[in-house]
Write a protein that binds this ligand. Structure first.
Ligand SMILES: Cc1cc2nc3c(=O)[nH]c(=O)nc-3n(C[C@H](O)[C@H](O)[C@H](O)COP(=O)(O)O)c2cc1C
Length: 161
């Protein structure tokens, strides 16, 4: 796949096969994702591998589509609001890289916001100053939904003098 095909064909996956992701594959995607841009090279992402007890306590309505693996993605605290935003932006770049690497290898990801809820933070044991950017459900897709149409990019562009 070209990078453009990979970007365009990645979908949010909500139904997974039970087959586990080989550890070496997973580590390759996690490592490649860390080439994400990040201000001052502070690499603000922190990862939680979520075990069965924690997963059950999250009480997700579809149990994350049966994904064999859940990863919590946190953003490190910062000492001012702008730096905090930048950390979350960099973590989002990390996640997108991860999702594209997984997709290219035939796997799929569901980005859930559940971890950012009060319950999610408590269950994951997130320190007060950290942000939860995602819980990523990762596995091989059982179903791949059709792409939702996007707005013409021309409609998103404003040209400044
Ligand atoms: C920050 C963020 C949070 C998201 N949280 C959820 C979520 O909690 N539940 C959900 O069903 N999808 C969630 N999504 C996935 C979006 O619904 C999905 O990306 C969008 O519908 C476009 O579909 P696509 O990813 O297949 O192109 C989230 C995506 C992002 C970027």
């Amino acid at each position: 796949m070209t990078i453009l095909d990979t970007i365009r064909t990645r979908r949010t996956i909500k139904a997974f096969k039970p087959d586990p992701i080989p550890e070496q594959e997973l580590n390759t995607w996690l490592e490649a994702a860390s080439y994400a841009p990040n201000h001052r090279m502070n690499e603000p992402w922190e990862l939680l591998l979520i075990g069965p007890e924690t997963r059950a306590a999250l009480n997700h309505k579809t149990d994350f589509g049966g994904a064999p693996l859940l990863i919590g993605v946190l953003s490190k605290p910062a000492d001012n609001a702008m730096a905090r935003d930048e950390n979350i932006m960099a973590v989002s770049c990390y996640i997108q890289n991860f999702m594209l690497a997984a997709h290219e290898a035939g796997a799929g990801v569901f980005w859930s916001s559940l971890g950012a809820s009060a319950l999610g933070r408590k269950v994951l044991g997130v320190p007060e100053e950290h942000d939860v950017v995602a819980i990523l459900a990762v596995g091989y897709p059982l179903e791949v939904p059709a792409a939702k149409p996007r707005t013409m990019v021309e409609d998103k562009i404003t040209t400044l003098p």
